[in-house]
Ligand binder design. Structure first.
Ligand code: NAP
Length: 292
């Protein structure tokens, strides 16, 4: 536990429900290490706040009165928080969602660190992303951050697969104005046609997430259709790895789990709040310990 004194400063995560969030474990492990290293000059605690949509405006202004030093925003408030902020970064506007908030002189400011988190395990792979057309499964909230990440990588075009034409069309319309990437939308029946071209395939659906660990959005036969040097990236972090990634590894292709994205989006948020680098290894270790 972080030691709480009269000087302890407040951080947290706001969602509804929020009980399942792994962020408190990850951040408090980091904060405890920082407090020890810096002889208690960095004394913070990170608390889960269960907040309904109705209460969101009151809670957000009250946290400012309390001197809160920043908070994360999770489902279902990532979009609803935006009108309550004085400033949002270009990346948050591009994604259309905020996951990290901090105080400024005039009010709250917000950004989206999911994009940075998503990109972190891809960047060391040193691919020529200008030749890669990613294939994204799902078109919900996380797909928007992935889409912005693919645009930042420099991919010229992306394919998005979803279940509902109207939702796909809406995603394309809103993101086409903010992101410089050509967005092609498809229903699932088009997937077999896209697989041989998918050098980067990203699962942003919850298919395969605990407790439904025995399902996968792709069969082994589907995975065999991907290029031999394809990267399969599953945003799911529990189980770690998913059935999709186990199958990917068994065919010799590169598999990336959602754990690193979770760690790195958290580390990016923490370093914004405390204005120094976050102890990423401690955050990863604390998170992985939750899965054992
Ligand atoms: P979301 O907004 O609810 O979007 C989920 C998407 O998956 C929707 O497009 C939905 O389709 C689709 N989907 C759901 N069930 C499906 C099924 N059985 N078959 C096909 N498509 C299905 O959720 P989200 O916030 O984007 O999160 C999605 C996943 O990403 C979750 O597993 C979450 O844990 C993970 N995630 C991980 C990180 C990380 O840091 N690693 C960050 C964010 C999210 P419809 O549009 O038709 O409903």
């Amino acid at each position: 536990m972080v030691q709480i004194t009269g000087a302890t400063k407040l951080l947290g995560v706001m969602g509804h429900p929020v009980e399942h969030s792994l962020s408190p474990v990850m951040h408090n492990a980091a904060l405890k290490a920082l407090a020890t290293q810096h002889h208690h000059f960095l004394e913070y605690v990170y608390i889960p706040f269960s907040v309904t949509a109705n209460a969101l405006p009151t809670v957000v202004s009250s946290l400012r009165e309390l001197g809160c030093c920043g908070f994360n925003i999770t489902i279902p408030h990532k979009q609803m928080i935006m009108p309550l902020l004085m400033e949002t970064t270009a990346i948050a506007k591009a994604v259309g969602a905020v996951n990290t908030v901090w105080p400024t002189d005039t009010g709250w400011a917000g950004t989206n660190t999911d994009v940075e988190g998503f990109l972190s395990p891809l960047q060391p792979l040193n691919r020529d992303w200008s030749t890669v057309t990613p294939c994204i499964l799902g078109c919900g909230g996380a797909a928007r951050a992935v889409l912005a990440g693919c645009a930042q990588l420099g991919c010229p075009q992306v394919h998005i697969i979803g279940r509902q034409s109207a939702k796909l069309e809406q995603l394309r319309t809103t993101c086409a104005t903010t992101l410089s990437i050509d967005i092609q939308i498809h229903l699932w029946e088009n997937l077999p046609r896209l697989l041989p071209l998918a050098a980067l395939l990203i699962n942003t659906t919850p298919v395969g997430m605990s407790p439904h660990t025995q399902v996968s959005p792709l069969s082994t036969a589907d995975i065999d259709q991907l290029p031999q040097d394809a990267i399969v990236y599953d945003l799911i972090y529990t189980p770690n790895p998913t059935l999709l990634l186990e199958r990917t590894q068994s065919t010799g292709r590169i598999a990336i789990t959602g754990v690193e994205m979770l760690v790195q989006q958290g580390a990016a948020a923490l370093s914004l709040w405390i204005n120094q680098p976050a102890p990423v290894d401690i955050m990863r270790e604390a998170l992985l310990a939750c899965f054992t």
